[in-house]
Design a protein around this ligand. Structure first.
Ligand code: ANZ
Ligand code: ZN
Length: 844
């Protein structure tokens, strides 16, 4: 048996595969297609363990699909724009492109060293003008469709990154990238109208049921945040607090059934109306103080239920449309300007936030809903007018209950989506005081960034013509690489970039110097892979009709909202532009677990606990690395890095190497004559078929760890066979079949190892990559004899071997013979046969 020299084998085969372009996409339309895609990396340095795991999973899937007869698309590239490159360039006084390309070169080297089956001919970087040109083209199409607009409103400005952020990029109140707390700033910014697709983005999550992790679908649904409710018009009272004015203030509420319990009225600190109401009054100073404080807190934090609420009375009142009662207007920091109508009816008896606020500021808690076993219900169940104006509860009644003191609605069942909600909405409609509405939490996608290293927004601002799109024939607007980033030069201050003329009127005009959020680049890259060299269009309809949707998309859970939501949006927009015929880009989503350190900590440079892939590849080879990654845990589970498991994987791969070589001695391809095998041969044949079937189904389900276990069982059985049976007595066809199965089934996981054995031990032509996945025989997997326990009155008294397909009667007879001695002189009352397991004889 030749020695297993991983490094020699791996580098030799990698060179051979490259030379013959083995992994070029086949494009065989007569075969069914499979598009396997791993989320492409940001090239921030060399690949880390998380990447290695992600790509190993994808590669195993892609390779197995190929062997199962699919035409496979398995591309890779780089999400190459972004801030780290720019920051590194500033620090080292170089160009962002230089840093980026260095990292790309290093990462690609590692990918090749790992033996991934990428079609490198389709590789691109999002910072290539040939790619980002088409991102600009899509932007212009969206502009024409009315899906792009500019708006001047308060946005999240990250002081760390020196740019604005999208709402999705403020995670737990912090910048997703650098962790700084964003500030609110009013800036003129560019938006994509993702809200136009809010309902569809929500509805289509149903199509992904069972195909995407439940958790991801739930997170998206939450983020989109659909709420059904009503808008209700209140009237502002004059300074006397009772006389109605002409000013209406509309609230959004999901609980119109609580309208009779409005104890106060709330406006957000940013509200211009609030500022107007307090202007020049004794309340103004406190208001301004609250406003300044609220600006420093993110909207997520402001709404946090745990957070202490702050408020200021404005001195003014609104009039409740149902009962004419005045309610004091307060400004509260837990109310947001950009949700609903930016005004809230305060119902402390039904809403915990309002309850906490009422307690803090000594406001009324008017009880209008209670449970039937509440003494208050007995007291007020027929009470229509508000007589009890405040109660001393210790928390709000957020559950369902029965309305009291609620006019004609008294006695009705109230709560979210209750009959009272419908009844009140109907009544408000008739009175012209309110209407049913739907609100979404989702906000439009803020895509402009005040940073250099991104895709330039293809717009020109002309003082006369306004915002004018760059003509298609002038695309791409190329990013200059002559800026002195180290000296603090920015696009906004770089005349060679921004000085231009208006495409409409020809007068001097200024190019927009914002670049697009890098998430715009990753929102459609999977479409470009279908047709990466297209010079006329981002991609042809034919190519995406052939390959889309991505059948298996694999990546981290950190993209549950951002990237996956944006990509779904882009797909729907491109569909509506007639460029693609599908609604959802990713048919199946697998979110792989994290690779943590041996102690269960996340690996990070700052903690110094990073295990680089090279530390495994160098001593053991890429195949051991790949095997270990897939064997340690199911793909979706986190695992802790385990040196021992890696060494174990290496021992197995060597053992399997040896077993295949031993089997290959005297092996000959041919049909296995199952009937002519000796006992040892039969046993191996049965294991091969049983475990082969298990490996295949586990592979198809992406459960690589158990698929590997099945191959291990075959290997163990084969090892026993070659030990126990002399070379002359071995069955040549059986030996070949077993060696062939071990090699082909491990080929998607340990491709170099398999390729070497395929050629050298099994003497096969062509690459194992092109070999067919082996087939197994379910009938042969069944044992032809089984051993059965024989019990007398529940106690095991003997064992008997019977044919696996024996009838119950035959088994019962055999069992009686087996325990004939113990039965002597007894009368058999009953025989119970449990198939394949035991016989219980009841005898006295
Ligand atoms: C009165 C009420 C009574 C409410 C009650 C709830 C319970 P979701 O489900 O998230 O849509 N609200 C409306 N606009 C708001 C804003 N701009 N800032 C903060 N809160 C706002 O929540 C809808 C509820 O959130 C609305 O229903 C409103 O309070 C509040 F027993 O109105 B409710
Ligand atoms: Zn930041």
């Amino acid at each position: 048996v030749p020695a297993y020299d991983a490094e020699e084998i791996e580098t030799r085969w990698q060179a051979a595969w490259d030379a013959e372009e083995l992994y070029k996409t086949e494009e065989s339309p007569e075969k069914p297609k499979k598009y396997v895609l791993e989320m492409f990396p940001y090239p921030s340095g060399d690949l880390h363990m998380g990447h290695a795991r992600n790509y190993t999973i994808g590669d195993a899937m892609a390779r197995q699909a190929r062997m199962r007869g699919f035409d496979v698309l398995h591309p890779m590239g780089y999400d190459a724009f972004g801030l780290p490159a720019e920051n590194a360039a500033i620090k080292h006084n170089t160009q962002a492109s230089v840093w980026t390309h260095q990292n790309i070169a290093q990462a690609t080297k590692t990918m090749r060293r790992m033996g991934f089956s990428y079609d490198y001919d389709r590789m691109f970087n999002t910072c290539d003008p040939e790619y980002y040109k088409w991102g600009q083209w899509i932007f212009l199409k969206m502009w024409e469709k009315g899906l792009v607009y500019r708006d001047n409103s308060p946005v999240n400005w990250c002081p760390g990154c020196q740019t604005v952020l999208a709402n999705e990029q403020v995670v737990d109140g912090k910048c997703w990238r650098c962790g700084s707390v964003p500030e609110k700033r009013a800036l003129s910014q560019w938006y994509f109208k993702i809200t136009d697709y809010a309902q569809e983005l929500l509805d289509d999550l149903k199509k992904l049921e069972g195909k995407w992790p439940e958790r991801v679908r739930a997170m998206q649904a939450n983020w989109i945040g659909r709420s059904e409710g009503a808008e209700i018009d209140f009237t502002l009272a004059d300074v006397d607090g009772v006389t109605p004015t002409d000013t209406k203030i509309t609230v959004f509420t999901t609980r119109p059934d609580t309208l009779f319990g409005v104890s106060f009225f709330l406006l957000p600190p940013e509200s211009p109306l609030a500022a107007e109401l307090v202007a020049g009054t004794e309340h103004e100073a406190a208001f301004l103080e609250l406003k300044a404080a609220a600006e420093k807190v993110s909207s997520v934090d402001r709404q946090g239920s745990e957070r202490e609420k702050h408020g200021v009375f404005t001195g003014r009142y609104v009039i409740n449309p149902v009962n004419g009662r005045p309610a004091p207007i307060w400004v509260a920091d837990y109310v947001l300007m950009d949700y609903g109508t930016g005004a809230v009816m305060g119902v402390p008896c039904g809403d915990q936030r309002d309850f906490d606020f009422a307690k803090k500021y000594g406001l009324e808690i008017a009880p209008i809903i209670c449970e039937k076993d509440d003494p208050l219900y007995e007291q007020l169940k027929d009470q229509r007018e508000l007589v009890v104006t405040s109660v001393d509860w210790d928390h709000a009644m957020e559950a369902e209950g029965y309305l009291v003191q609620s006019g004609r609605f008294t006695g009705m069942k109230g709560g979210k989506h209750s009959e009272a909600v419908d009844a009140i909405i109907e009544w408000l409609g008739q009175q012209g005081l309110g209407r049913k509405t739907v609100q979404f939490r989702l906000r439009d996608w803020l895509i402009s960034r005040q940073r250099y290293w991104g895709n330039p927004i293809p717009m020109i601002h002309c003082d006369d013509c306004g915002d004018v799109p760059v003509p298609y024939e002038d695309l791409p607007v190329t990013l200059p690489d002559t800026l002195d980033l180290g000296a603090g030069e920015t696009l906004a201050a770089y005349a060679p970039f921004y000085e231009t003329t208006c495409p409409k009127c020809g007068k001097p005009a200024k190019r927009i110097t914002d670049t697009m959020d890098t998430f715009t680049c990753s929102s459609w890259y999977y479409l470009r892979y279908c047709d990466p060299h297209n010079e006329e269009l981002p991609f042809s309809r034919e190519a995406v009709d052939r390959w889309m949707p991505v059948d298996n998309y694999i990546g981290g859970i950190e993209h549950a909202i951002l990237h996956l939501l944006y990509s779904r949006f882009f797909t729907k927009v491109l569909r509506d532009l007639g460029m693609i015929g599908i609604d959802e880009p990713f048919e199946n989503l697998l979110c792989q677990g994290m690779v943590k350190d041996a102690n269960g900590d996340t690996m990070s440079k700052s903690k110094g606990n990073v295990v680089p892939p090279s530390s495994v590849i160098e001593p053991y080879g890429a195949d051991t690395m790949r095997l270990a990654i897939l064997f340690i845990a199911p793909p979706e589970k986190d695992f802790n890095w385990d040196e021992e498991a890696v060494a174990g994987a290496n021992r197995f791969i060597k053992r399997a190497w040896r077993v295949v070589w031993l089997l290959s001695q005297g092996a000959a391809a041919g049909t296995v004559g199952a009937g002519t095998l000796d006992a040892a041969g039969k046993e191996l044949w049965r294991t091969l078929n049983g475990m082969g079937i298990k490996c295949t189904t586990d592979f198809d389900r992406g459960q690589f760890n158990t698929a590997i276990s099945a191959v291990m069982e075959i290997t163990n059985a084969a090892s026993k066979y070659v030990n126990d049976v002399t070379l002359e007595q071995r069955d040549p066809a059986l030996c070949f079949a077993v060696a062939h199965a071990i090699v082909t089934m491990l080929a998607p996981i340990c491709p170099h190892w398999a390729e070497e054995l395929w050629h050298k031990a099994l003497a096969q032509e062509g690459s194992v990559y092109n070999a067919a996945w082996p087939e197994f025989d379910a009938a042969a997997a069944k044992a032809d004899e089984v051993e059965i326990a024989v019990q007398i009155k529940g106690k095991v008294r003997g064992r008997v071997t019977v044919a696996a397909d024996a009838t119950d009667d035959e088994v019962a007879e055999a069992a009686k013979v087996a325990v004939a001695e113990q039965l002597a002189g007894k009368e058999i009352k009953k025989v119970i046969v449990i198939k394949g397991r035991l016989v219980n004889i009841v005898a006295i």
